[in-house]
Design a protein around this ligand. Structure first.
Ligand code: A3P
Ligand code: MG
Ligand code: MG
Length: 380
């Protein structure tokens, strides 16, 4: 429920054995009190334009325009002729976040050198999407992950590495699946305008290079976090609360016709939707439900603070506390393992469903991900 964001400290216990080289992902181990998770605060934002160029501002922000209760949005429109797809082979790693840090360094520096062991006053820097994967791990049955970790100036950077299986899946995507990946972006075009007083323009081009990203600061247990995540749009009301509370996440899903389908939405999709938005403090998800022909025929708003109530009656369902406790314990595990402060050293954490999290250590390898320009800028 909405009390899940806390402003007060409380004690917690890690669930790894201090001498162990692995971390269990068994759900039962993480059924404890909800850990401290501070209300996330937006400390900045950045934009990526139609050519994936970085800007240290909010120029790509869009405004939510509430669709009709019973819309008729054809998500297939424009797939063939009005779609510019981002080059997924271009691995950007943490580069955009690091650029944002360099551009905003004065805001981040410790006030007194003695006050902190880390130059930017954070224990972890990462993408929100990587944390979403961690939150979902105790319930994930299909896809594993690999996370590269580097400690530099006391801060731990976490950047995803594509698994073999993910690379295969990506290469073997069917034409149908390719098209369905477009549908989510097309829905955004029907529900967003570029200007605060404008209307959506479904006749335009869908360009997935474009992004508006929020940068937030928060704390999970004793972990001080800085992460960034893409935001779909914001409330256009000028009296809406300050970011991230004015942000709206958009999703598409198959139309719900039976109680079983509703139950599956709660048990599987809402986990991912909740994790993604809860982390940066985005309060609502607007879902567009599409029929078999890719036409959105209904929309429904899900309030993140109400999701834990919504799922309580589902049999064998996920629990927010398990997600957050696992993430917290994973970060404690990382702190304990990644001890050498060196931008050329990567601790590679790997996980496969039904296994424990394990790691290996790599020096000057293909896994190193902190760019020279960043290391140089931060040591100047
Ligand atoms: P849906 O969310 O409607 O599925 P996001 O919702 O995170 O803003 O992402 C926007 C869209 O990007 C998604 O719309 C989906 O179409 C596509 N997308 C995001 N992550 C994806 C993934 N891992 N695999 C396939 N498509 C993805
Ligand atoms: Mg998005
Ligand atoms: Mg979305």
């Amino acid at each position: 429920d909405h009390h899940h964001y806390q402003s007060q400290s409380r004690s917690f216990a890690g669930k790894y054995t201090p001498s162990s080289g692995s971390l269990s992902t068994r759900r039962e181990l993480y059924e404890k009190d909800f850990p401290l998770y501070k209300q996330p605060v937006e400390i900045g934002c950045f934009s990526l334009d139609c050519n994936r160029r970085f800007f240290n501002d909010g120029r790509q922000m869009r405004y939510y325009v509430e669709p009709d209760r019973n819309p008729n949005f054809n998500l297939r429109d424009g797939y063939k002729d009005r779609f510019t797809k981002r080059d997924e082979s271009q691995k950007e790693k943490l580069d955009h976040i690091l650029r944002w840090i360099v551009s905003n360094r004065s805001k981040l520096n410790s006030k007194g050198v003695a006050a902190s062991s880390s130059a930017i006053d954070f224990d972890f820097v990462t993408w929100r999407g990587h944390l979403t994967k961690l939150l979902c791990t105790p319930y994930e049955m299909r896809e594993g992950w690999m996370l590269a970790v580097t400690r530099f100036q006391g801060t731990i950077y976490i950047s995803e590495v594509e698994t073999e299986a993910a690379r295969r899946d990506c290469e073997n995507r069917t034409e149908k699946h390719e098209e369905m990946m477009y549908w989510g972006y097309k829905f955004e075009q029907y529900a967003c305008s570029d200007d605060v007083d404008g209307s959506p323009d479904p006749s335009g081009v869908v360009n997935t290079n474009e992004a508006f990203c929020t940068v937030v600061q928060t704390r999970l247990a004793d972990h001080r976090l800085l992460f960034s995540g893409e935001v779909d749009c914001r409330d256009k009301d000028p009296n809406a609360p300050a970011p991230p509370a004015c942000y709206v996440e958009l999703k598409t899903s198959a139309e719900i016709c039976t109680p079983k389908q509703r139950s599956n939405l709660h048990r599987f999709k809402l986990l991912k939707w909740w994790a993604q938005s809860f982390l940066p403090g985005v309060p609502r998800v607007v879902a567009g439900f599409r029929d078999h022909d890719g036409v959105v025929v209904a929309v429904e708003t899900f309030h993140i603070s109400k999701i834990s109530q919504l799922i309580k009656n589902e049999y064998n369902c996920w629990k927010p506390t398990v997600c957050m406790n696992f993430c917290s314990d994973f970060l404690s595990f990382v702190k304990r393992v990644a001890t050498e402060d060196n931008p050329c050293v990567v601790y590679l954490f790997s996980w496969e469903p039904r296994r424990d999290v394990t790691y290996s250590i790599h020096r000057d390898s293909e896994f190193s991900f902190l760019p020279h320009w960043y290391v140089e800028e931060m040591t100047r």
